[in-house]
Ligand binder design. Structure first.
Ligand code: ASP
Length: 720
């Protein structure tokens, strides 16, 4: 694929004009807002091909996977492709020391071997409709924020109820543009989703957390699932009699690869962005919240790693937890430094100065918007300590596993204290707690938790002033003279929440009056003191401020759109289906350095290190590499391409999203962003914001050549 001169010129034009890249667009508005630009950038299909309510379109092959990822359908038998890190929880749950699918990979060699995953669902968007006017009916401009919310909820419930009454589908209404617009999203949720294949971690997680959020990248971050339905093709709970889903559409897969300057688009479920925040908010996030959370997570990760590298069982137990903590730890580092490098706060301030000038340019505007920016300043000043206190509860308090686990027992305690005892409800609660208990201890290693507790208490105590700390710190100060270790020893020696047998024994023989034993337990006490403190001292203030900020945000959004009527605004991500588009493109991460747009198997061999878990390369992969046995999956340059970067504007939730070429064929699977660009959730910079995708040919190569699961490739439609 040689790019033409014209193409280069066009792409240069869009790059220079700063258009390419930024934006997460609403599928049903593409025709109106984006189609022309997408075509000018190289797209050969139409907006109607991407999203249509009249016939099958690309959107019919995209699902929200679980609660936080995207996946795409790649065969007429409901085969589903997503990231390894999205399937990680499911893969881990099927793994044990004997069947270590995390380490060794898993491949069902026929449909009977596919593994069910209770609780895992995928959701397909059937269509969307704008319902702003209906939702805002009866909402008055001078209403309090709480009344407004209530009215909106009341209207929304009515609309949803009316829709669902005559429909087999589900509906939800979501705010867009900070509550200035509303759309009803109509969906269908599938409940029988089975694991079909996953590469070993040294492919699916190659480079681990060292390479996470970084380019150049060599991770084969994919896993394969399959949707099953009942005999009529309708969503159903798991049953042996279920059949593979027959989708309305599935993606053809291109073997042509990508070249620098190629148009690509990503179609998926971005979770949350905040592109329209005032400078005060960006400052609070990047200069206060992030640094504290980074330190807390770093401390925890060091402890995890110390134990995990010494014991393979602990490594499996803590694999998911470690990945979760490490992921946003690194993201926050990238985000804060990205904003700094971009002078993000100063840029926002300059914009606000411009805004203020406009907002004060007439009496009419002044009345509506004149006080907006100062109001933001006051509100964020008040929010900062409250927000930090909340962060410490989540990131230090609940990081103590024994404490967050004990918190689950508060329901049982409440039921047991009630004037009228509901025996049946208590019995049900006990059953559910027993299941939780066994789940908790499967992945629990007490020495880690003890060390984490001592470390968390110390940081918590040192970094917050008294009004922002729960009561147990009084005990730590007075009785334990700030010796966090001693206090931890006391908690662990007295609590039963680190003892599976004792806990089961209590649950097996539970009588309501035994709740006294629970409420005296030191871990339970810590949990309840922390939650009481949150309820009494934090929650109300926080809600009040957030309400005020919601209202300010909404007005600010509307005002910005009014100030720049020619500008095409896109709504912040809100976990609804979006399209973003850009070019395959390398970038300059720092002075004098240029990163090319793709990586190859060669690079995997360069990174190989048999002594480091994340950089082990399997013999089978080496053999394929040595024999250049790439089959039809090699690039025309003869190499095996592994991953590529492009200027598509993505965020968390876009993981697993299809990356499509100008013809709408699958060329990659999105799985990450590069570190220099992770501030794109707050501010996008076309120079360095890049999404990272697996080259779809590497995925095919691993399935076919490495795993010998070529029968899966036969299900797919390959385009040469
Ligand atoms: N890795 C992210 C995800 O899981 C994607 C991103 O944040 O760019 O969705």
């Amino acid at each position: 694929m040689k790019k033409s001169i014209i193409f280069l010129i066009i792409s240069l034009f869009f790059k220079l004009s700063g258009i390419a890249g930024e934006g997460m667009w609403i599928p049903m508005l593409l025709e109106q807002l984006n189609e022309k630009e997408m075509k000018a950038m190289g797209m050969n299909i139409t907006a109607e091909d991407i999203y249509s309510i009249n016939h099958s379109s690309l959107k019919d092959a995209i699902v929200l996977f679980g609660r936080g990822c995207t996946a795409e359908i790649i065969s007429d038998k409901g085969l589903l492709l997503t990231n390894h890190h999205c399937g990680f929880g499911a893969i881990q749950r099927h793994s044990s020391i004997e069947n270590d699918y995390l380490t060794d990979g898993f491949w069902a060699m026929n449909q009977d071997e596919e593994l069910p995953n209770p609780g895992l669902t995928v959701t397909l968007m059937v269509r969307m409709e704008e319902v702003t006017n209906q939702v805002l009916e009866g909402v008055e401009p001078n209403m309090s924020e709480a009344d407004r919310d209530e009215k909106i909820k009341e209207n929304s419930d009515k609309i949803i109820e009316a829709f669902e009454k005559d429909s087999e589908y589900q509906a939800a209404i979501k705010p867009f543009f900070k509550g200035n617009a509303f759309y009803m999203i109509i969906t269908e949720t599938f409940k029988d989703v089975r694991l079909v294949g996953a590469p070993p971690s040294n492919i699916g997680k190659f480079g681990g957390d060292t390479d996470n959020w970084m380019w150049p990248r060599h991770t084969g971050d994919f896993s394969i699932f399959r949707i099953y339905t009942d005999k009529d093709g309708k969503p159903a709970e798991y049953s042996e009699d279920n059949i593979p889903y027959k989708p309305k559409y599935h993606f053809p897969i291109s073997l042509k690869g990508v070249d620098e300057g190629d148009f690509t688009f990503v179609f998926g479920y971005p979770a949350r962005t905040n592109e329209y925040l005032p400078s005060y908010a960006v400052e609070m996030i990047t200069e206060s919240g992030n640094p504290h959370k980074i330190k807390l997570r770093e401390t925890r990760l060091d402890i995890f790693n110390k134990y995990a590298s010494a014991d393979p069982k602990v490594r499996i137990q803590y694999a998911s937890k470690d990945a979760r903590v490490a992921n946003y730890w690194k993201k926050m580092i990238g985000e804060s430094s990205g904003i700094e490098r971009l002078d993000g706060i100063e840029k926002k301030q300059a914009y606000e100065a411009e805004f203020n000038e406009w907002a004060n340019s007439s009496e009419e505007l002044k009345k509506q918007y004149g006080n907006l920016i100062p109001a933001f300043e006051t509100a964020y000043e008040q929010l900062e300590p409250i927000s930090l206190a909340t962060d410490y509860i989540a990131e230090a308090g609940l990081a103590m596993e024994i404490v967050s686990f004990a918190r689950n027992f508060s329901g049982l305690v409440e039921m047991s204290k009630a004037d009228e005892i509901d025996e049946e409800a208590i019995q049900q609660e006990i059953e559910s707690l027993k299941r939780r208990t066994s789940g908790f201890f499967k992945d629990y290693y007490q020495p880690i938790d003890e060390e984490v507790m001592t470390a968390m208490l110390k940081l918590y105590d040192e970094n917050l002033t008294p009004p922002f700390k729960p009561d147990f710190f009084n005990t730590i100060h007075s009785k334990y003279k700030n010796n966090y270790q001693d206090y931890t020893n006391y908690v662990f020696s007295k609590s039963i929440f680190d003892n599976e047998d004792a806990l089961n024994e209590l649950l097996d023989n539970y009588k309501p009056k035994k709740y006294k034993k629970l409420v005296k337990d030191p871990a339970y006490l810590m949990a309840s003191e922390m939650m009481d403190f949150y309820d009494a001292d934090i929650k109300t203030k926080r809600n009040l401020l957030n309400h005020e900020l919601d209202s300010l945000q909404r007005i600010y959004m509307k005002a910005q759109m009014e100030m720049e009527p020619e500008k095409r605004f896109y709504p912040d991500a809100n976990f609804t289906l979006r399209v973003t588009y850009g070019y395959v493109d390398g970038y300059h991460p720092k002075d004098a350095v240029y990163y090319k747009h793709f990586t190859t198997l060669e690079g995997i061999m360069e990174k190989e290190d048999p002594d480091i878990y994340d950089y082990v390369v399997e013999d089978r992969l080496k053999e394929l590499y040595q024999n250049k046995d790439y089959g039809q999956y090699a690039d025309e340059d003869g190499n095996m391409h592994v991953a590529f970067v492009a200027s598509n504007h993505t965020t968390g939730g876009n993981s697993g999203s299809p990356v499509l070429n100008a013809d709408g064929e699958l060329v990659g699977v999105n799985f990450d962003r590069c570190w220099e660009g992770t501030m794109s959730d707050l501010m996008y910079d076309p120079e360095v914001c890049r999404n990272i995708s697996i080259d779809i040919r590497y995925f095919l190569f691993i399935v076919d050549k490495f795993a010998g699961a070529g029968y899966l490739v036969e299900e797919m439609d390959l385009v040469k």
